[in-house]
Design a binder for this molecule. Structure first.
Ligand SMILES: O=C(O)CCC(=O)C(=O)O
Ligand SMILES: [Fe+2]
Length: 317
C-alpha cells in the first residue's frame, strides 16, 4: 500500500508543447520546491526497462564478494568514481559512519570539450559486463530528465529557460548506486544514512527497493517518503538553495533502519546527483535578494563548494 505524502507533478505537462500546461507545471514544481523541497515526478522520461536493468546489474555488483569489490575502490578519488566500502562516509557533523557501501559513476565526455581532462575516468567492472554500459545509459537518461526539470526551475526563477543547459552538458553529475546490507547486530549509533542535505543542484532518485527514506518537515517532524513505482523522487540540493538564496529548500533527509524483524532485508537505492560544471557560479541570484531576503551566502563556484563538502563528509582528505 503506497501513501503519497509529497507533491506529485507530471513532467509530460512540461513537455506537452502547450504553453498553459507548461506554465502550470512550472508553478507546481517551483511551489513544491519552496514548500517541501521534495516532489514525486511521473512521466519522468526514464524508461522502465532501463530502471529494471539498472537494479538488476547493481544488485549483481553488490553481490560480488568483498575482495572483488575492494579492487574497485581506488585511493585518491574521494569516492567520486568506483566503489566505496562499508563505513567510509559519514554525514556532515556526525562521526559514526553510515551503514552503506556505494559505487559512483561520473561524466563521460563524448565530444571534444576540453573539460574532459577535469574528470577522473570511470571504473569498468569486468565481473558484471552489463553493469558499466547500463550505468552510462542511465546517466544519460537522468541527465535528460534533470535538464527538463531545471528548465522548469529556470522559468520559475525568471531566468532564461535554457540557463542551466550549458552547465549540465558535460557537467559533474554523479550516479550513485547504494547498498545498505542486512543488519546483523544492534547498530551502536549509526543509521543507514544519517540526516543530511544533498550537495548538488537537484537529486533524482528512482524507487528504492525498501522503505526507510524520511524527510524533515518545516514542523521539524520526520515524514516517511513513499512514491509509486512509476515515479521518481526529486529534491533540491544545497547548490540550488544557495543560488536561490533559500527560496528553494534543500530539505534535510535520512534513511532509517528497518524494524528488527526486517533487519535481514537489504536496501538498494540509486540517486543521481545533478551537478553543474565546476565553473558555474553559485552566487545568489539578484532576483532572489531583496529587503526581506538579504543575501545569505558568500559567492562560491560549484567546484570549490563541492571540494569543501567532500572534506566535511570524510571522502576527501
Ligand atoms: O538511499 C536513499 O534513499 C537516499 C540516499 C541519500 O539521501 C543520499 O545518498 O544522499
Ligand atoms: Fe541525500
Amino acid at each position: 500500500m503506497y501513501i503519497m505524502n509529497i507533491p506529485v507533478v507530471d513532467l509530460a505537462e512540461f513537455n506537452s508543447g502547450d504553453p498553459a500546461r507548461k506554465q502550470k507545471f512550472v508553478e507546481q514544481l517551483g511551489k513544491a520546491f519552496e514548500d517541501t523541497g521534495f516532489v514525486a515526478v511521473k512521466n519522468h522520461t526514464i524508461p522502465d526497462a532501463l530502471i529494471a536493468d539498472l537494479y538488476e546489474y547493481v544488485q549483481q555488483f553488490f553481490g560480488l564478494n568483498s575482495a572483488t569489490k575492494d579492487n574497485y575502490e581506488i585511493p585518491g578519488l574521494a569516492g567520486q568514481r568506483g566503489f566505496t566500502s562499508f563505513g567510509k562516509e559519514h554525514a556532515k557533523g556526525f562521526d559514526a559512519p553510515d551503514l552503506k557501501e556505494f559505487f559512483q559513476f561520473g561524466q563521460e565526455v563524448e565530444d571534444s570539450d576540453p573539460i574532459k581532462s577535469e574528470y577522473p575516468a570511470n571504473i569498468t567492472v569486468t565481473e558484471v559486463p552489463a553493469f558499466t554500459p547500463t550505468l552510462l545509459k542511465a546517466y544519460r537518461s537522468f541527465e535528460e530528465s534533470g535538464k527538463a526539470l531545471l528548465q522548469a526551475i529556470a522559468l520559475y526563477l525568471n531566468l532564461d529557460e535554457n540557463y542551466f543547459d550549458e552547465y549540465v552538458h558535460n557537467g559533474n553529475s554523479i550516479l550513485r548506486a547504494i547498498y545498505y546490507p542486512p543488519i546483523v547486530h544492534e547498530p551502536k549509533s549509526a543509521i543507514r544514512a544519517e540526516q543530511h542535505e544533498d550537495i548538488n543542484l537537484i537529486t533524482l532518485l528512482v524507487g528504492a527497493s525498501a522503505d526507510g527514506l524520511e524527510i524533515l518537515t518545516k514542523q521539524q517532524e520526520w515524514l516517511p517518503v513513499t512514491s509509486l513505482p512509476e515515479q521518481i523522487v526529486v529534491n533540491v540540493g544545497d547548490m540550488l538553495q544557495r543560488l536561490t538564496n533559500n527560496k528553494l529548500r534543500s530539505t534535510t533527509h535520512r534513511v532509517v533502519n528497518p524494524p528488527r524483524e526486517k533487519w535481514a532485508t537489504p536496501r538498494f537505492s540509486i540517486p543521481f546527483f545533478l551537478h553543474p560544471k565546476s565553473k558555474m557560479s553559485l552566487a545568489c541570484l539578484s532576483s532572489c535578494i531583496d529587503a526581506q531576503h538579504p543575501k545569505m551566502y558568500e559567492d562560491y563556484s560549484a567546484g570549490d563548494y563541492l571540494d569543501e563538502r567532500l572534506r566535511e563528509i570524510g571522502l576527501k582528505k
